[in-house]
Design a protein around this ligand. Structure first.
Ligand code: UN1
Length: 489
């Protein structure tokens, strides 16, 4: 295996059982640059169910020995992979920008974050995996023990093409599972860097298997595979619900991270400049393609006009365009279909009575760029107020009391993240107790996820235990209780 496996082999290959393989059906697909769609960024394996089966076979074969390895020895592979990835942050970032359009400045941060996640997870090897209880009889040890599940499958999205694969696989591996990772169809190259980093770190064959290809074939096969004990999925609500139905029906453990309809509330006493900056970042960075993006901005009526003016000035000053320019803040959407969906949602919102204050149209002839779009006068039951429109579109709403803001913020089926800008401790307290979202931000933007704390949504935004931090232990292990009585004689 060479250092440049993912670059020198055209098409790029899957990692299965420690070797690089072409898809068994021999099919490949091309990925194009969403900024310049006539440019091909790579050719990848269009894997199918046979490849998924081979990967599960390899993972099952490696499971026993991997689970038997002491956790710190497992963690050492994660630390080595972190070193490899860290040495390639710039290349990973450039590849990410080229294949899915995330602006380079954010892609660099995400690539670096992958190494941090691996280091954090490596450290988990040294932390407790059970609890000791007082015994109810003499000479007994009574304790719990968390054990690996076996083979786990991870189905990952294109919008965080390295952070999400890594934040799923790192705890899965360190806690002793073997993994089949399905990379997003629209961002395969970025994820293959992870495969390469682990291969170079000398990970035993079969412990991590990485496949590219269509979700309808590879993902579906993993969902159905009886040897996959747990399945972690991040993506759309529709696909996620299908995954849950099929996988839970066969007794497979399921974790879903789905969409959001995230509110940002600006109180009358907020630091308006900060609220404006956070709204801009939350709504428009990554072209709004984060499940944690800011979709609704609720502003107190006393400061509404000032905030609106500030946000529109910030939008006008924003740097929009070529994602490979390190100054660019807002780049293209991931693909043509995604762009048309967002443009259609903008049209519908106009038809529903919304007023476009900024943006509202495509902003480049070749690239799939939609200008940062701000609406107002959108009804609470309109599309933009209820559904997740996965693009650089946000809406302003006016409110008069905190009760009203909380009620309207909560009036969606989602519950991923939310933000409040205020200096009022009472408002903060109410928000932290009543806002129906898994991730709450006081005076910071709705997006973002530290590596060492739980991440996950409430209501329709998620299912199963949260990800990251210590929470990951819950999903990737099962607990046994041990009654250990000493011999009497
Ligand atoms: C972040 O806000 O940095 O797919 C992470 C998503 C989320 C991750 C967001 N699961 O957008």
């Amino acid at each position: 295996m060479t250092e440049t496996e993912t670059h020198t082999h055209i098409p790029a290959r899957n990692l299965v059982g420690g070797d690089w393989h072409e898809a068994s059906g021999g099919a490949t697909y091309e990925k194009r640059d969403p900024w310049r769609p006539d440019v091909t960024t790579g050719t990848f394996q269009a894997s199918d169910a046979r490849d998924a089966d081979a990967a599960v076979d390899a993972a099952a074969g490696a499971a026993r020995a991997w689970a038997a390895l002491p956790a710190p020895a497992r963690g050492a592979f994660l630390a080595k992979a972190a070193d490899v990835l860290e040495s390639r942050v710039e290349r990973v970032a450039q590849d990410m920008t080229a294949e899915m359009g995330k602006p380079l400045r954010e892609a660099r941060l995400e690539a670096a974050r992958a190494a941090t996640i691996l280091r954090y997870a490596a450290g988990e090897a040294w932390r407790p995996i059970g609890e000791v209880y007082a015994a109810s009889v003499p000479l007994q040890r009574l304790y719990t023990l968390r054990r690996p599940l076996g083979v786990v499958a991870l189905i990952t999205p294109w919008n965080f093409p390295i952070a999400i694969p890594v934040w799923k696989l790192a705890p899965a591996l360190v806690h002793g599972n073997t993994v089949v990772l399905k990379l997003a169809y629209d961002a395969p190259r970025t994820g293959l860097h992870v495969a390469e980093a682990f291969a170079e770190a000398g990970l035993p064959p079969g412990v991590l298997n990485v496949l590219t290809g269509p979700g309808s074939k590879v993902g579906a096969a993993l969902v159905e595979s009886p040897r996959v004990r747990a399945l972690s999925f991040t993506g759309s609500v529709a696909v996620g619900h299908g995954v849950r139905e099929k996988a839970t029906a066969r007794g497979c453990r399921v974790q879903l991270e789905l969409g959001g309809q995230n509110p940002l509330v600006v109180a009358a006493d907020a630091e308006l400049d900060r609220a404006v900056e956070a709204s801009y970042a939350g709504a428009f960075w990554s072209a709004g393609q984060k499940c944690t993006a800011t979709r609704r901005i609720l502003v107190h009526e006393d400061v509404y006009d000032d905030f609106r003016e500030g946000l529109l000035a910030r939008v006008a000053a924003g740097k929009v365009g070529d994602p490979s320019d390190p100054e660019t803040e807002v780049g293209p959407l991931v693909g043509e279909r995604a762009m048309h969906e967002v443009l259609a949602a903008i049209e519908r919102s106009r038809d529903e009575g919304g007023t476009v204050l900024a943006g509202g149209e495509r902003a480049d002839e070749a690239g799939y760029l939609v200008a940062p779009t701000v609406f107002e006068d959108v009804g609470d039951d309109a599309l933009l107020s209820c559904e997740e429109v996965f693009g650089p579109v946000t809406a302003l709403y006016r409110f008069s009391t905190l009760d009203e803001a909380l009620e309207r913020a909560n009036a969606v089926p989602f519950g991923l993240s939310a933000a409040l800008f205020t200096r009022d401790l009472n408002a903060v307290q109410r928000f932290s107790e009543e806002l129906q979202a898994g991730i709450l931000h006081i005076n910071s933007q709705t997006a973002g996820a530290d590596v060492h704390v739980p991440f996950g949504g409430l209501k329709g935004s998620g299912f199963g235990p949260h990800e990251q931090g210590r929470a990951a232990l819950e999903f990737f292990t099962e607990t046994v209780t041990v009654y250990q009585d000493a011999p009497l004689g």
